[in-house]
Every structure is written in structure tokens, then in C-alpha cells.
Design a protein around this ligand. Structure first.
Ligand code: NAD
Length: 678
């Protein structure tokens, strides 16, 4: 025994070190102390070999993030790793579960690495704005080569044990931990050269330059993958001790960087969103069969994700033909996964065998949950639930995937309204991680808990949300677009606004994105909202005019931009320039220019203000919930933490001042939140 988290025992001249620090054996201070003591004891006793393994469901799965904001305590992990490597006794890392970050770095310091089948390994530090800080960037390239090391450390992705073995990071994949260890000990080869003593051969300056370009393109402003590559390059051009020193210095600097703090905020915000206080004590329903009504774009995506999560699915459409078309879409989604190597053809067949389709509501009789994804029309949706109410059990959960409509209208007259809620998926539903779980005035907490447990099973991120037009995400999107449309009317061009928002870190600007998704849905929505829109609010009808001109986006070859046949690249269109000029002339607007910074500030002010209103109205529980919605449903750059976090970092008053200007220019058009000085 060395301390309460690390034990050391000797069995037949072999030292067995066991780390037991639930839930994931993180390298907390106690673990580092225990491990250091154990290594010292091994060094003294000089057994034939030493094994590091873990109790519970996984080998060490990383550092303890809660220690990040505190001063680092000794011993530091790099020193513990160095001690393992310096010990003349051969060390074996015996791994299972998820071997991440510090876990993999401990294994790299060992002489032999054995991984149980099904183990996943990786260096995820870049995902929270860091680089590995205990030799990951210095030992890994020496062990597996620079290209493989970059693949692992710059991506933050986990790789299966077999893939890691093929790259050289794992010596053997074993079917049983104890038997695998036994046979390894029986045939232990001579101790190899410690990893730190090997050479990392540079693939050349051109390779690094090319890789930097490639990483920058994917990272869209996030710096950590590039830092990880810099550190890997040091392994090729400095000695190990110097590389370790530099790695540690950069790691410590990054820990305090704005990007890393924002990424850590995102990480904790997701965890918090998954466990809303409102659901304490609630019991989710047991779900085995899900009925999905409507097999269009959303229904087929939701069915795909339900099959992936292991549920049986019945899909009900308007006709048998439409039902066949629906299952065809599901098949196409699954075939896509097979093509990308994410699913085997056999698994696909077994999933499809769990699915039934048809037009008869009786099919839904045994389902525990119904998710409706028919046309965005409250009376059509209400008719669907009235049919389901006749055939499904009185406790079966009813969910609507409406984007904007009031669930009260959709569930009117349905028995047991406590079981009714909104589950707002995002398109494509089998890919996008976000689900807004919408609580109506009558939804019971058990039904909400069912929504959250479903999302977890689907590997999605659920955020609790109240009822308002567009819920959290789409309501904020509408405010963002309105701010952009006002700038467009007042002198900015679509390409200037798109470029500014891309420079901020959004994957696409608002206008090129509208062209990609199609202008018709928002158009139908604006028509629906016309009756309730405050008449004094400024309304820019440019998007309506485009729709009337049949410029509906990429699918019609033109929208805010024009497109060449078979090419998705937006091209500035003189027709749109002319339209903007005419609009400004007719509305007596003297066009002005907007700097990139001002475009970003205005768009952000609209987003942050709307997010704050949503919280003040009790629609979202917290700023961090709003951030999670924008990060996962709308491509807000994760390294900026989300709009509310970003607002706080920049100072909310900055956006309050921006809003002053916007309110003066467009009177009666913005309601100010208390957060921005309302
Ligand atoms: P869609 O037009 O692709 O699919 C709707 C499907 O519902 C069609 O296949 C239609 O045949 C079927 N349908 C209509 N009435 C039916 C009935 N009475 N019984 C059975 N099936 C019926 O539309 P979509 O894009 O999949 O949208 C569906 C819902 O999801 C809408 O409420 C929409 O607002 C919402 N939604 C859409 C998106 C998106 O990006 N498209 C995102 C989130 C939510």
C-alpha cells in the first residue's frame, strides 16, 4: 500500500501497482504521490518486472480538470513519468477502457504497452485548448513517428487499440487482462531502449508547413492543434530534456489562455446541461420501442439515431409509398455510415430489421414513446397526436419535433398532458448533437427525464428549454439574422457580413448558410409571424424579395449568391447588388460602411441580448445552457465558449453600448435585456 489511491503488491517477483481513483482513475495529486512512492519502492526492491494497471472501468482516463484552476502541486506528472522510465525494472502498462491524456503519457513512459480489446486511447488535451503536458508530444513521436504522433496529438481523437497497435503505440492487444499479462510476463523480451532515448525523425520542413495549413483550415481559429504540432516538431530538433521543458512551459501558458478557459467552460457547461436541477428525483420511462410519425428529412434522421441507440422503431407516414420513401432515407443514412467505415453492413441489416413502417397508426400500439416530425402545421400535428392517443398507452410519452409552434396547440385535447413535451432535434438529426427538451406548462418531470435519458442513449446533448417562438436556438438565430439584415439594408454586403462572421470563427456566414439550407423555411416562418410581429418593428424584406424571385438558395442555383452548375462556391451576384441598391434608394437609406469588427459586435450584441432575455424570461435555466445550444446547434466557435461566455469575457457593457447604437438607428426594434443594461 502506498496511499489510498495507489497500492503496490509483489506477486512472484513482479510488482503490481494498482491505481484506484474512481470514477476514471484521473491523475489527481493523490494518484501522482502514490505512483511516485510505488516507483521508488520498485526501484529499491528490484523485482523482475513492474505492472501498472487500474481498478474499475478504465485505465487512467486523463487529468483532474478540477485541479486546473488551482496552483499545480508536486509531484508533477512529467516527473513521475520520468521516474518510471528511469527505473531499471521493466514496466508494463496493462490498459483497458479509455486511456487518455496523462494515462497514455504514463503508458509511454513504460517499456511495454498491453491493451485489452475494446480499449480506446488518445491525447485529447487539444480539445480543451492545451497540449499534452507530461511528455506526450516528446515521447509519442519518438515511439510512433512524427506523422502518427501528429494524427493523435493534434486531433484529440481516440483511436481503438488495434489502430494504436498498427501505429506502434501499443505492443499487443489482448483478449483478457490477466491471461494477457501472464503470457507477456512468461515471454518478456529484453528491456527495449527507453522511448526518450530514441530518435524522432523529421519528415521535413515542407511536411510541417503543409500540416500547419491543413490543421489551421480545420481548427478555424482554435490554436491548440497548431501548438501541439510545434511541440512535436521540438522532438525532432531538440534533445529530450529540452523538449520536455518547452512542452511544460507551453502547457502552463496555455492553461491560463483565454481559449483553454473557454473550452473548459464548454466542457463543464455540457455536463451541467445534462443534469438540470429541475429533474432531481424524476424517473425516466423505460423505452424500448419508439414510434416516429413522418419520415421526411427530420423523421428519417431521428429514426436513424433511434436505431443507432438500440431502440426498435415504427415509422408512420401518410401513405404506404411515403412510408417506403421514409425507410429509404433511413437506409441511405445508414449506408453513408457503412461507406465511412462507421458501421458494418451486417450491423446495418440488423438495425433495419428493428424497423417497421406503414401508414396505419395501429403500428404504434406497443411503442413507449412517439416522436412526431410531420409538416410544421399545428392542426396536422394535433391530428397526429389524437390518432396516437387512441392506440398508445396512457403513459406513453408524446414528443413533438416542432421548430417554432406552441406545443399547447399541438397537444390540445390529448389525454394525460403530463407526458407531452417537445424534443427539438437539429438537421441532420442523426448527426447533430443537440436536442432541445421543451417543457410545456403541463409537462411532468418524468417525461422530461425521459427526454434526457433518450438523448444520453443517443449520444446527444440535451438542453432544457421553456416555450417561446423558436425555443432557445432558433429564437437567437432570428435576432442574429435581423441584426445582419439591418446591416445589409444600411450598406453592408452579404459577402462582407459572411466574411466577418467566418473570421469570428463561425463555420459559415449567415447568408451563405441560408443559401445552403434553403430560404423557404425561414420565409414560411416570417409569413406565420407577420400577424404577431410588432408593427413598429423595423422589417427588412430583402429575403422575402429573393424568395419571390424564386432565389431559394443553392438548390435553385441562386439565392444571396449565384452558383455554377455542380459547384457550391458562392459567387457574388450583380442581381443581388442591384436589389440592395434599389432597396436602399427606395427607403432613402444613405449606405454606410461597416468594419469587420463592427459587424461582429452588432451580430454578437443581438445574440447575447436575446440569450439574456431568454434567461430572464425563464426559458433557459442558465447562461451556460444557452452557450451549449449555440455551440452544438449553430456552429458557434467552441474555443470562444459560447455567446454568453464570450459576452462576459469581453464585458457585457461593450455589447450594451453596441445595442444603444442599434436601437437608435432602428427604433422600436430591440428589447433590451437587463444584462445589457435594460
Ligand atoms: P419534411 O417535409 O421533410 O417531412 C415531413 C414528413 O411528414 C413528410 O414525409 C410527410 O409525408 C409526413 N407527413 C405529413 N403529414 C403526415 C401525417 N398526417 N401522418 C404521417 N406523416 C405525415 O419536413 P421536415 O423538414 O422533416 O420537418 C418535420 C418537422 O420537423 C417540422 O415540424 C419542422 O419544423 C421540424 N424541424 C425541421 C428541421 C429542419 O431543418 N428541416 C429542424 C428541426 C425541426
Amino acid at each position: 500500500m502506498t496511499n489510498e489511491t495507489v497500492t503496490l503488491a509483489f506477486e512472484d517477483d513482479v510488482a503490481i501497482i494498482i491505481i484506484d481513483n474512481p470514477p476514471v482513475n484521473a491523475t489527481s495529486n493523490a494518484v501522482r504521490i502514490g505512483l511516485q512512492k510505488a516507483v521508488e519502492a520498485v526501484n529499491e526492491a528490484r523485482p523482475r518486472a513492474a505492472v501498472i494497471r487500474c481498478a474499475g472501468r478504465t485505465f487512467v482516463a486523463g487529468g483532474d480538470i478540477t485541479e486546473f484552476d488551482k496552483p499545480p502541486l508536486e509531484p508533477h506528472l512529467p516527473d513521475v513519468c520520468d521516474a518510471i522510465e528511469a527505473c531499471p525494472v521493466p514496466f508494463i502498462a496493462l490498459m483497458h477502457g479509455t486511456v487518455l491524456g496523462g494515462g497514455l503519457e504514463i503508458a509511454l513512459a513504460c517499456d511495454f504497452r498491453l491493451a485489452l480489446e475494446g480499449t480506446n486511447l488518445g491525447l485529447p488535451e487539444v480539445n480543451i485548448g492545451l497540449i499534452p503536458g507530461a511528455g506526450g508530444t516528446q515521447r509519442l513521436p519518438r515511439l510512433v513517428g512524427v506523422e502518427n504522433a501528429a494524427k493523435i496529438a493534434c486531433s484529440g481523437i481516440m483511436f481503438p487499440a488495434q489502430v494504436m497497435r498498427d501505429m506502434g503505440a501499443v505492443d499487443a492487444v489482448i483478449a483478457d487482462l490477466d491471461k494477457g499479462l501472464e503470457s507477456a510476463l512468461a515471454n518478456l523480451p529484453e528491456r527495449p531502449m527507453p522511448v526518450s532515448g530514441r530518435e524522432a525523425v523529421s519528415p521535413g520542413a515542407d511536411w510541417f508547413a503543409e500540416k500547419r495549413k491543413e490543421l489551421a483550415k480545420v481548427a478555424k481559429g482554435q490554436e491548440s492543434p497548431l501548438h501541439a504540432l510545434d511541440a512535436i516538431e521540438w522532438a525532432t530538433n531538440t534533445d529530450f530534456a529540452e523538449g520536455m521543458k518547452r512542452e511544460r512551459t507551453l502547457f502552463s501558458e496555455l492553461k491560463n489562455s483565454r481559449q483553454s478557459r473557454a473550452l473548459r467552460h464548454a466542457f463543464f457547461a455540457e455536463r451541467k446541461a445534462a443534469k438540470p436541477d429541475a429533474l432531481a428525483g424524476a424517473t425516466p420511462a423505460e423505452i424500448s420501442m419508439v414510434a416516429i410519425i413522418g419520415g421526411g428529412l427530420m423523421g428519417s434522421g431521428i429514426a436513424t439515431t433511434c436505431l443507432n441507440a438500440g431502440y426498435s422503431v415504427v415509422m408512420i407516414e401518410q401513405s404506404e409509398d411515403a412510408a417506403e420513401a421514409g425507410v429509404g432515407r433511413v437506409r441511405a443514412n445508414l449506408e453513408g455510415a457503412v461507406k465511412r467505415g462507421k458501421l458494418t453492413a451486417t450491423a446495418m441489416q440488423s438495425m433495419l430489421s428493428r424497423m417497421k413502417v406503414g401508414s396505419d397508426y395501429k403500428l404504434a400500439a406497443g411503442a413507449d414513446l412517439a416522436i412526431e416530425a410531420v409538416f410544421e402545421d399545428a392542426s396536422v400535428k394535433n391530428a397526429v397526436f389524437r390518432e396516437l392517443d387512441k392506440v398508445m398507452g396512457k403513459d406513453a410519452v408524446f414528443a413533438t419535433n416542432t421548430s417554432y409552434l406552441d406545443p399547447a396547440l399541438i397537444f390540445e385535447g390529448i389525454s394525460n398532458p403530463r407526458r407531452c413535451l417537445g424534443l427539438h432535434f437539429f438537421s441532420p438529426a442523426h448527426v447533430m448533437k443537440l436536442v432541445e427538451v421543451v417543457r410545456t406548462g403541463e409537462t411532468g418531470t418524468d417525461a422530461l427525464a425521459t427526454g434526457f435519458s433518450l438523448a444520453r442513449k443517443m449520444n446527444k446533448i440535451a438542453v432544457l428549454c421553456g416555450v417561446c417562438d423558436g425555443f432557445i436556438g432558433n429564437r437567437m438565430l432570428a435576432a442574429y439574422r435581423r441584426a445582419c439584415d439591418y446591416m445589409l439594408a444600411d450598406g453592408a454586403s452579404p459577402q462582407e457580413i459572411d466574411a466577418a462572421m467566418r473570421a469570428f470563427g463561425m463555420p459559415m456566414g449567415p447568408y451563405e448558410l441560408q443559401d445552403l439550407t434553403g430560404l423557404q423555411i425561414a420565409w414560411a416562418n416570417r409569413k406565420r409571424q407577420a400577424a404577431t410581429r410588432p408593427p413598429e418593428q423595423r422589417y427588412v424584406n430583402l429575403a422575402d424579395t429573393l424568395c419571390e424571385m424564386d432565389r431559394l438558395g443553392q438548390r435553385s442555383g441562386k439565392g444571396w449568391y449565384r452558383y455554377e452548375e455542380g459547384n457550391r462556391k458562392p459567387i457574388q451576384d450583380p442581381v443581388v447588388d442591384e436589389l440592395l441598391e434599389t432597396y436602399r434608394r427606395e427607403n432613402s437609406i444613405e449606405p454606410k460602411s461597416f468594419s469587420q469588427d463592427e459587424i461582429q459586435k452588432r451580430a454578437l450584441a443581438a445574440l447575447i441580448n436575446e440569450g439574456a432575455l431568454i434567461i430572464e424570461e425563464g426559458i433557459a435555466a442558465s447562461r451556460s445552457d444557452v452557450d451549449v445550444v449555440k455551440l452544438h446547434g449553430y456552429g458557434f466557435p467552441r474555443w470562444r465558449g459560447g455567446p454568453m461566455y464570450y459576452g462576459e469575457q469581453e464585458g457585457f457593457e461593450t455589447f450594451g453600448w453596441m445595442l444603444d447604437t442599434m436601437m437608435a438607428e432602428s427604433p422600436n426594434s430591440w428589447r433590451r435585456s437587463a444584462l445589457l443594461g435594460g
